[in-house]
Design a binder for this molecule. Structure first.
Ligand SMILES: NC(=O)c1ccc[n+]([C@@H]2O[C@H](COP(=O)([O-])OP(=O)(O)OC[C@H]3O[C@@H](n4cnc5c(N)ncnc54)[C@H](OP(=O)(O)O)[C@@H]3O)[C@@H](O)[C@H]2O)c1
Length: 335
């Protein structure tokens, strides 16, 4: 099969399109003939040599894909060959074929075409696991989502609105904030022009956010804690602003607040807190919201997989809204 290869690691990395051995399904695994793969910021980090795949995972880039099942390993009874699916991967999606544990495979939600479905697994699983399973976001609460126009942000806005929350977002460009409003955001803050803590306090009568979904990390830690309401939960999922910062424990105690960090890729396949558990919850609770038209995949653009470097440049330069997808050869028949 053909796959994207990192010919020269770096930032930007030089990506190639080369022939590599076909993957074989092991016990409990399936092979998917890939229609498309989603581009994630983590892929850019991995290509630059800073985010190695977990032990045992494919070294090929790609944390999510859609396609059809072409082979099943021993012990797999739930997925027949020929089934259109999408899947959360620990790696390997930037290729014509990928092998994945059956527990990480999902049906394509009703009303979504197979190529667009490639943009769902990573954002759906990240958003549902953090906003709902970890932070317990409920109707009537306020959530602050940093990077509202990102792949993660565009899904988080819609899920939070569907849950009945008031949604605040940050972004750097007026047109990105306008797009967030169209997706349902109630409070939009340009983080370049405004202090997001002040803007949020003003918009919430000084109450702050019950939940914050943060992709910045160290640079925002103190201000995120300042923006939390009493009893609030800050969930950090990204480190674009560094990994080390001071935390005023007193501020946390006074607010009875929590700071939590999570990563999806390193979760085990099955068991408590696993990828399988998240996938099951997403299919049960989030897929019906998509089928009902209350949540939709937001796709910035679809690029041919053999030109994956262009997809990486699009994310690196910013200005995208939602997901960038890489279409595998033959994937055009599905969209
Ligand atoms: N822990 C996990 O399990 C997990 C899983 C998936 C993704 N993530 C993380 O989630 C983040 C988004 O991923 P993605 O693939 O959706 O990437 P993406 O589309 O490239 O989005 C990056 C976003 O970060 C925003 N941003 C950068 N600096 C910011 C700042 N100072 N204040 C507010 N927003 C800022 C950008 O906003 P502007 O363009 O407006 O500047 C952009 O919307 C990444 O950091 C990624 O590593 C974590």
């Amino acid at each position: 099969m053909w796959a994207v290869t990192v010919d020269e690691p770096g930032s930007p990395a030089t990506l190639g399109w080369n022939e590599v051995p076909d993957p074989e399904p092991g016990l409990g695994e399936v092979v998917i003939d890939v229609a498309a793969a989603g581009v994630n910021r983590a892929d850019l980090l991995q290509a630059s040599g800073h985010y190695p795949p977990p032990p045992g995972a494919s070294t090929t880039l790609g944390l999510e894909c859609s396609g059809t099942i072409s082979a099943v390993g021993d012990g797999v009874t739930e997925w027949p060959t020929g089934e259109p699916v999408c899947a959360l991967l620990a790696g390997g999606g930037y290729a014509e074929k990928v092998v994945v544990p059956a527990a990480q495979v999902m049906p394509v939600p009703a009303g979504v075409d197979l190529v667009d479905a490639a943009g769902l697994p990573e954002v759906a699983c990240t958003v549902w696991s953090n906003l709902v399973l970890t932070a317990g976001l409920r109707s009537g609460q306020t959530v602050l989502i940093h990077g509202g126009s990102s792949g993660i942000g565009t899904m988080a806005i819609q899920v939070a609105k569907a849950l009945g929350a008031t949604v605040a977002v940050t972004a750097s460009r007026p047109e990105a904030l306008a797009a967030c409003r169209e997706l349902g955001a109630d409070i939009t803050i340009n983080y370049r022009d405004e202090d997001f803590v002040e803007a949020l306090q003003q918009a919430t009568d000084g109450r702050g956010a019950d939940v914050i979904l943060d992709v910045v990390g160290a640079k925002y830690l103190a201000r995120n804690v300042a923006a939390l309401a009493d009893g609030g939960r800050l969930v950090v999922i990204g480190m674009q602003g560094g990994t080390t910062a001071e935390l005023d424990i007193g501020a946390l105690l006074r607010k009875r607040a929590g700071v939590i960090g999570t990563a999806l890729r390193s979760r085990p396949v099955t068991g408590p807190g696993s990828k399988g558990e998240v996938v099951t919850a997403v299919v049960e609770h989030l897929w019906p919201l998509i089928a009902a038209g209350r949540v939709r995949p937001v796709i910035d653009r679809v690029i041919e997989m053999s030109d994956a470097g262009q997809g990486h440049r699009r994310l690196a330069e910013g200005g995208h809204l939602g997901k960038v997808l890489l279409r595998a050869p033959g994937g055009e028949q599905f969209s």
